[in-house]
Structure formats: structure tokens, C-alpha cells
Design a protein around this ligand. Structure first.
Ligand SMILES: C[S@@+](CC[C@H](N)C(=O)[O-])C[C@H]1O[C@@H](n2cnc3c(N)ncnc32)[C@H](O)[C@@H]1O
Ligand code: SF4
Length: 242
């Protein structure tokens, strides 16, 4: 099963030593899990683990990791839905919408309407009609779109993103009552657009999630995009302002 337990892992392990097996299973069910849905992405965000560098590993190792991955099977997804209550299709090296049967995966979520299911995506290189189908297939699913700034600036970091199309997709989702979270990583080149983004999010009924990145240690790669101190994370991981 290609699955990443993500950020909550450390806490889970320390709690494990304090409670019974059954209590542990109940606890684990409610942990939000981060699923690597596929091994594909068509963007080239320079601070993404997919592009190597994050952990100082060689590009070759990252390429091997990507090559060894594959689209998660729907039967595995069903097992995940059967057990866990909060599932985030995000991942560390891929984007869920490039799974070859992603619409079928969404269809499957209809059997699990009581679960909290999130799709985290760059939203690019799929047609608006594909998204219309996705939104209407699974209206209870929540979507997070990575649009860092307004459409004119987002592709500076989100290399290859068709950001104007992504914006139309986000508006479409919100207009047909899907929950749309606009995830906006603050960079130097989009800091001045925050007020306008707040206004637009309100106008189109989206949640705006401003993200303070912590990845500025990637000196040669994205340090040049570092925003003012107010918008950089002081912890080791990303922090959010909604
Ligand atoms: C590998 S991506 C997977 C999901 C999807 N492809 C996306 O980009 O949203 C995992 C997470 O890393 C985040 N991310 C990418 N570059 C980042 C950066 N420089 N700082 C903080 N978070 C970043 C993305 O926004 C996403 O939430
Ligand atoms: S869109 Fe997501 S997976 Fe793709 S390169 Fe950017 S951060 Fe990585």
C-alpha cells in the first residue's frame, strides 16, 4: 500500500505506548492520513521533493522513487476508506488528479459519504469538463487548489501550471457548491496580492488558506522568492493563516 502517514506520525507513535490496542485503533482511525495517489505530476515546482533536493538526496534516488511508484489501486483505496475517517489525497511527490482512474476513485467516495475526504491538487492540465464531472461525481469531497497568488504570478513557482484555467475551475467548483480551499503559498512576488485574494475568495465563496513556507533553506532553488519575515514559517513545517 503506497501511503504516507505524514505529519501526525510522531504523535501517533508516542501515544501508542500509553493506550491499549483497541484504543490505539480507534485513535488511528481519526488521524488524517496523507495518501500518495500516483507517481505522476506535470508541474515542476522547484521546492517540491519530486524535483530532488529537499533531503539532500541525489536526483537519481528521487527518480528511482518516482519510477518505483504507480497509481494506487481502487481496491487499496477502498480498504483505506473502510478504516480511516480522514483521508487527504495529497502526497509528497505527485498530484492525485493524474491517477489514470481518478474519476472512478471519486465515484468510490460516494460509498463513504461520512468520511472527510480532501483532494489536494495543482488543478492543471485537465479540462474544465473533466472537472465539472469530478465536482458533480463527488459533491461531498473537499478540494484544495494550489494557486500561489493570482493567476498571473502562480506559475513563477508552479512551473507549467495553466493558472488562468485553474482559476476558472476553482470558480466552477465553488459555483456548484463544492468546498474549495484556495491554498496560496506566500512568496515575495505574490505578497502584494494577498488583499485582492482575500476579496476574490469572499466574492466567489472559497476558503483562502495562506501558507507560510519553511523551505527557504533550499538556498539556490527558491530562496530568491522568500517573502518578508511576516510570511515565513518560524517552525520546521508549513503554517497557515485562514
Ligand atoms: C507534493 S505536493 C502534493 C499535492 C499537489 N501536487 C500540490 O502541489 O498541492 C505536497 C504539498 O507540498 C506543498 N508545497 C509545494 N511546494 C512547497 C513549498 N515551497 N513550501 C511549502 N509547501 C510546498 C504543496 O502545496 C502541497 O500541499
Ligand atoms: S504540483 Fe505538487 S507534486 Fe507537482 S511539482 Fe508541484 S508541489 Fe510537486
Amino acid at each position: 500500500m503506497k501511503m504516507c502517514l505524514g505529519y501526525a506520525n510522531t504523535n501517533v507513535m508516542s501515544i501508542r505506548t500509553m493506550i491499549s490496542d483497541n484504543e490505539y485503533l480507534d485513535f488511528i482511525r481519526d488521524v488524517s492520513i496523507n495518501v500518495e495517489t500516483t507517481n505522476k505530476c506535470v508541474l515542476k515546482c522547484p521546492g517540491c521533493e519530486r524535483q530532488d533536493i529537499r533531503t539532500g538526496k541525489s536526483i537519481q534516488l528521487v527518480k528511482e522513487k518516482i519510477k518505483a511508484g504507480s497509481d494506487i489501486s481502487l481496491s487499496t483505496v477502498e480498504k483505506i476508506f473502510n478504516f480511516f475517517n480522514q483521508i487527504n489525497f495529497c502526497g509528497q511527490i505527485s498530484d492525485p488528479i493524474y491517477h489514470k482512474n481518478f474519476l472512478e476513485l471519486l465515484e468510490l467516495t460516494n460509498k463513504f459519504k461520512d468520511k472527510r475526504i480532501i483532494i489536494s491538487t495543482n488543478g492543471s492540465h485537465k479540462s474544465i469538463e473533466w472537472f465539472r464531472k469530478a465536482f458533480t461525481t463527488a459533491p461531498h469531497v473537499k478540494w484544495t487548489f494550489a494557486l500561489d497568488g493570482l493567476p498571473d504570478t502562480s506559475p513563477i513557482y508552479r512551473i507549467n501550471q495553466k493558472s488562468y484555467e485553474v482559476w476558472e475551475v476553482m470558480k466552477l467548483g465553488a459555483s456548484i457548491s463544492n468546498f474549495i480551499n484556495w491554498k496560496y503559498i506566500v512568496f515575495k512576488y505574490n505578497e502584494h496580492q494577498i488583499d485582492e485574494a482575500r476579496r476574490l475568495a469572499k466574492q466567489y465563496n472559497m476558503q483562502l488558506q495562506l501558507a507560510k513556507s519553511s523551505r527557504w533553506y533550499l538556498k539556490n532553488i527558491i530562496h530568491k522568492y522568500k517573502p518578508s519575515d511576516k510570511w515565513t514559517s518560524t517552525s520546521k513545517s508549513v503554517t497557515y493563516v485562514s
